[in-house]
Design a protein around this ligand. Structure first.
Ligand code: CUA
Length: 349
């Protein structure tokens, strides 16, 4: 075979072009310089030990599969040009080449082994119990919000999870109603919250930062599944300890008249039946989020909205209009009642 034959040259050039195009597409799909992979809910920029581990397996499989894809495409193109039927030459077939068969059996076996070994080794790490000294957190799924308990610290909060950097956290996953799924893309893969059964996951956040890690329920759980968001704040240990200290305190009794009236309104409107506010002896409900430190959270309504007085008012005015199916009903509150409640809630630092 001589390289000077036009068919051969075309085949080589075409293969190079295909390879180049496919490689570029893979780069586009994968490049960490692109905005798409830097979105807040990316798995491409892991910020915990275990997310890093999973990402490593992902990258290995991605590149192996990419190499197989490009290789097969290029060879298919090259062969179909070089060995095509032409005047004066018939297409050739051959059978029973043992050496070839051994080679094309061995290559996939090696590829599968190369993917299986790191996969199973990562799975064994992830399924181990959390390391000694891990922070214990219970994440309870509700339709449609998240309850976070720190049993050792005596803290219960909602929709915003605070963690110290570089300390393993052991998350026990529960649900009070249907199946939900706890997912913080940059910190951990998703595991279901199953009613009547405890699941577990653990990870060690490796980057403290002011902006939260965005998270989301990842199992369809009804009308407002898409609204079942939450946030994870990872901070340096002293800042986390300050948060713990604040979170453990009881609510500060309102001093301003409007807020005081708001606390009475909170009782009169029946909010106390569903919400706990530690330090307010009438508010001991367990169905809705603990509001003891509501005003120290950045969001409300399962992280659907920023916690501004306007948004709190909008929410209280008609919760199911904002979160369809919300268990919190429209209480038909008067504008005056809304003013009082907003003032009261705003003081629950
Ligand atoms: Cu909870 Cu989807």
């Amino acid at each position: 075979m001589s390289g000077s034959r036009p068919g051969g040259m075309i085949a080589i050039i075409a293969s190079l072009v295909v390879t180049g195009v496919v490689t570029f597409l893979i780069y586009l799909a994968f490049a960490e310089s692109l905005d798409a992979v830097r979105q807040p809910m990316t798995t491409f920029v892991p910020k915990s030990d275990n997310a890093e581990l999973v990402h490593g397996v992902y990258k290995l499989i991605f590149w192996l599969a990419g190499a197989v894809f490009v290789g097969i495409m290029a060879l298919t193109l090259a062969f179909s040009l070089v060995y095509r039927e032409r005047p004066g030459r018939e297409a050739r077939q051959f059978h029973g080449n043992s050496r070839l068969e051994v080679v094309w059996t061995l290559i996939p076996v090696l590829l599968v082994v190369a993917m299986a070994v790191p996969t199973f080794s990562a799975m064994s790490v992830l399924s181990k119990p959390a390391p000694q000294g891990a922070l214990q957190v219970v994440a309870v799924g509700h339709q449609w919000w998240w309850e976070f308990q720190y049993p050792e610290l005596g803290i219960t909060t909602a929709n915003e999870l605070h963690l110290p950097v570089n300390r393993p956290v052991n998350v026990t996953l529960r649900s009070v109603d249907v199946i939900h799924s706890f997912w913080v893309p940059q910190l951990t893969g998703k595991i279901d919250n199953v009613p009547g059964h405890d699941n577990h996951l653990w990870f060690t956040p490796t980057e403290a930062r002011p902006e939260p890690y965005l998270a989301q329920c990842a199992e369809f759980c009804g009308l407002s599944h898409a609204n079942m968001r939450f946030r994870v704040f990872v901070s340096e240990t002293p800042a986390f300890e300050t948060w713990v200290k604040d979170a453990k305190t009881e609510r500060v009794a309102p001093s301003a008249d409007l807020a005081k009236a708001g606390e009475q309104q909170f009782t009169a409107s029946g909010c106390i039946a569903c919400h706990t506010i530690r330090g307010n002896p009438t508010a001991v409900g367990k169905i809705g989020p603990d509001l003891t430190h509501f005003a120290s959270r950045t969001t409300l309504a399962s992280a659907m909205m920023d916690r501004t007085p306007e948004n709190v008012r909008k929410w209280l005015h008609n919760p199911p209009a904002i979160k369809p199916g919300s268990l919190m009903p429209n209480l038909n509150l008067s504008p005056e009642a809304l003013d009082k409640l907003v003032a009261y809630l705003d003081g629950l630092k």
